[in-house]
Design a binder for this molecule. Structure first.
Ligand code: HEM
Length: 505
C-alpha cells in the first residue's frame, strides 16, 4: 500500500499535466481559427503558400516587384494585417507629420520585448524620449566621437588589416561577411562598453555573447514572419521548439550582459568615454532609479543590435559590389591616394566624397535594415489615399524603395556612385531621408548614423588601398542577386567567400 500511493500520485500528476497541455493546445487552435484573417487574394495566397519564391530570390525582391507594379507604390498583405509602402510621401507622413499615430506599438514590443526589454528600440512615448535624449547627448558629444574614432582606427590597423594580410599571404578563401561581423562586434563592444571580446584575434575565437545574440535576433525575426502571433505565443507558453531555444539564448545574453555591467562597475566609470560608462555616470547624477541593472542591460543589448550587424551588413555588400565593379574600387583608391600612404585621418575621411557616395549607393541597393514596421494606433488615411485601419501594421520598405524607377530613374538597378555627386563641384549631395530611409527618418532617425558612416568609410578606404577583393563561388558571377537570411538585419546566406590580393603599387 505504501508503495502504491506515490505511484498513483505520479500517474495522477502526469494525467493532469497531459490534459492541461491538450486544453492549452486546443485553446490555441481555437484562437487561431477564430482570429486568423483568411484571405485568398493573389498576394496573400503567394505569401501563405510561399509560391513567390519560385520567381524571386528574396521576400524583399517580391515586395519590390509588387510595389513597382502598384500605382500608389503601396500594397496590402491582408493575412498579416499589414500595409507595405514604398511611397516617400507616406514614409514622411508616418515618420514625421503624423508620428504620434505610428508608434512601434505593443505587438512589436512583444515580438522583441524578451530580447530588447525596455531598450530604446522597443519603447514609445516618455520612455523612448528619455533614452533618445540621453543617447543623442552621448553620441553627439565631441569626447565620445573622438574616442569612437580612435577605437575604429586602432581596430582597423591592429586587427582587420592583419587578418586580411594573412589571407592574402596564404591565398586562402575567407568569408568576408564573417570577418566584418567580428570586426563590427569588437568595435561596437569597445565603443559601447569599453571591453574587447577579441573576436578578430588571429585564431578567430567564437564569442559566446555574439553567438547567443545571433540566435536570439534570428528567432525574434522568425516570430515577426509568422502569419499569426498566436503561433509563437503558444510555443512560448509551452516552452517548446524555437521558443525554447530563444529562451535559452536570451538567458545567456542576460548573463553575459550582467557580467559586462559588473566588470564596468569594477573598473569604474569616471573618465571612461565608452557609452555604458557615460550612461551609468549620467544616470547616477540625474536619476538614481535609472542606474538599475535591468535598465543598463537593455541599453547594452540595444547598442549591440544597433551597431553590429548593420555595419557589417553594409560593408559586406559594398565589397560584393566592388568586386563586380572594379572601376568603382579604382576610383575610391585614387581618391584615398591623394593624401599619401599614411592612415587617413578623421578630417580627411570626411572629405572623401566619392567613397561616401559609393557607400550610400551600396546601401540604396542593399540597406542593412530592409524594412521597418510601425503600428497604426487609430484609423488613418496615408497621403496616397490608402486607408489604414487602427490596430494594423504599416511597413515602409527601404529595400524596395531603392529599386523604384519613380525614385531613382530607369537605371535604378545600376551601381552608380556618381548619381550622388550632384553638389557644388561634384560634392556628395544627400537625398531626402524620406526617399532613402536607410537610417529611418523623422523623429526616430538613427542616432548612430555619423558614427556608422565614419566606421564604414574608415574600413572601406583602408581595405581598398591595400587589397583587391574578389568574390569567388556563386556570388562571384556577373549577376548580383544575393540570397538573404531572414533576420532583423540583412545577412547573405552562406556568407561572402572572397580571395584577397595585395594591391601592386
Ligand atoms: C549602417 C549602419 C546603420 C544603419 C543602416 C542603421 C539604421 C537604423 C534604423 C533603420 C533605425 C530605426 C530602427 C527602428 O526604429 O526600428 C536605427 C535606429 C537607431 N540606431 Fe542605427 N543604424 C546603423 C548604425 C548604428 C550605430 C553604429 C549606432 C550606435 C552606435 C546606431 C544607433 C541607433 C539608435 C540608438 C537607434 C534608435 C533611435 C530611436 O529609436 O530613437 N545605429 N538605425
Amino acid at each position: 500500500m505504501d508503495d502504491y500511493l506515490p505511484w498513483a500520485a505520479q500517474c495522477a500528476g502526469t494525467a493532469f499535466l497531459a490534459s492541461s497541455l491538450c486544453v492549452a493546445a486546443l485553446g490555441a487552435v481555437l484562437l487561431l481559427v477564430r482570429r486568423w484573417p483568411w484571405c485568398s487574394c493573389h498576394v496573400c495566397r503567394a505569401y501563405l503558400t510561399g509560391s513567390w519564391a519560385r520567381d524571386f530570390a528574396n521576400l524583399g525582391d517580391w515586395y519590390a516587384h509588387l510595389l513597382r507594379d502598384s500605382p500608389t507604390a503601396t500594397v496590402h498583405v491582408h493575412v498579416l494585417g499589414c500595409t507595405v509602402t514604398a511611397n516617400p510621401a507616406n514614409v514622411e507622413y508616418m515618420l514625421r507629420t503624423n508620428f504620434d499615430n505610428f508608434p512601434k506599438g505593443a505587438a512589436f514590443a512583444a515580438l522583441l520585448g524578451d530580447l530588447l526589454g525596455r531598450g530604446i528600440f522597443n519603447v514609445d512615448g516618455g520612455a523612448w524620449r528619455h533614452q533618445r535624449k540621453m543617447a543623442s547627448l552621448e553620441l553627439g558629444s565631441v569626447a565620445v566621437r573622438s574616442y569612437a574614432y580612435k577605437i575604429i582606427a586602432q581596430e582597423v590597423e591592429a586587427c582587420l588589416l592583419p587578418v586580411l594580410a594573412d589571407a592574402a599571404g596564404t591565398g586562402a578563401v575567407i568569408d568576408l561577411q564573417d570577418v566584418f561581423r567580428r570586426f563590427a562586434f569588437d568595435t561596437i563592444c569597445k565603443i559601447s562598453f569599453g571591453l574587447d571580446p577579441g573576436c578578430l584575434d588571429r585564431d578567430m575565437p567564437m564569442s559566446e555573447l555574439a553567438d547567443a545574440f545571433d540566435t536570439a535576433t534570428r528567432l525574434c525575426a522568425m516570430r515577426g514572419a509568422a502569419a499569426s502571433p498566436l503561433l509563437w505565443r503558444a510555443k512560448r507558453l509551452l516552452n517548446v521548439g524555437s521558443e525554447r531555444q530563444l529562451r535559452k539564448a536570451i538567458k545567456l545574453v542576460d548573463e553575459l550582459a550582467a557580467a559586462m555591467i559588473r566588470e564596468r562597475r569594477k573598473l569604474g566609470v569616471a573618465g571612461s568615454h565608452d557609452l555604458l560608462s557615460r550612461f551609468m555616470a549620467s544616470s547616477a547624477e540625474n536619476n538614481a532609479a535609472d542606474d538599475d541593472d535591468t535598465y543598463l542591460r537593455d541599453i547594452v543589448v540595444s547598442f549591440l543590435l544597433a551597431g553590429r550587424d548593420t555595419v557589417s551588413s553594409a560593408l559586406t555588400t559594398l565589397f560584393m559590389l566592388l568586386s563586380k565593379n572594379p572601376a568603382v574600387a579604382a576610383a575610391m583608391r585614387a581618391e584615398a591616394a591623394g593624401g599619401g600612404d599614411d592612415p587617413v585621418t578623421y578630417d580627411r575621411l570626411k572629405g572623401l566624397h566619392y567613397t561616401h557616395a559609393a557607400l550610400y549607393e551600396n546601401m540604396r541597393l542593399f540597406p542593412p535594415v530592409q524594412f521597418d514596421s510601425k503600428f497604426c494606433a487609430g484609423d488613418d488615411v496615408l497621403p496616397d489615399g490608402t486607408y489604414v485601419a487602427g490596430g494594423t501594421r504599416v511597413t515602409y520598405h527601404p529595400y524596395a524603395m531603392g529599386r523604384m524607377p519613380r525614385i531613382w530613374g530607369a537605371d535604378h538597378d545600376a551601381f552608380r556612385p556618381d548619381r550622388w555627386l550632384t553638389g557644388p563641384g561634384g560634392a556628395f549631395a544627400p537625398e531626402s531621408l524620406y526617399r532613402y530611409p536607410v537610417f529611418q527618418a523623422g523623429l526616430r532617425v538613427c542616432l548612430g548614423k555619423e558614427l556608422a558612416v565614419t566606421e564604414m568609410k574608415a574600413v572601406a578606404v583602408a581595405v581598398v588601398r591595400a587589397f583587391d577583393v574578389e568574390v569567388v563561388g556563386e556570388g562571384g558571377s556577373a549577376a548580383c542577386a544575393p540570397k538573404f537570411v531572414p533576420g532583423l538585419t540583412a545577412s547573405i546566406s552562406g556568407g561572402l567567400p572572397v580571395r584577397i590580393r595585395r594591391v601592386r603599387n
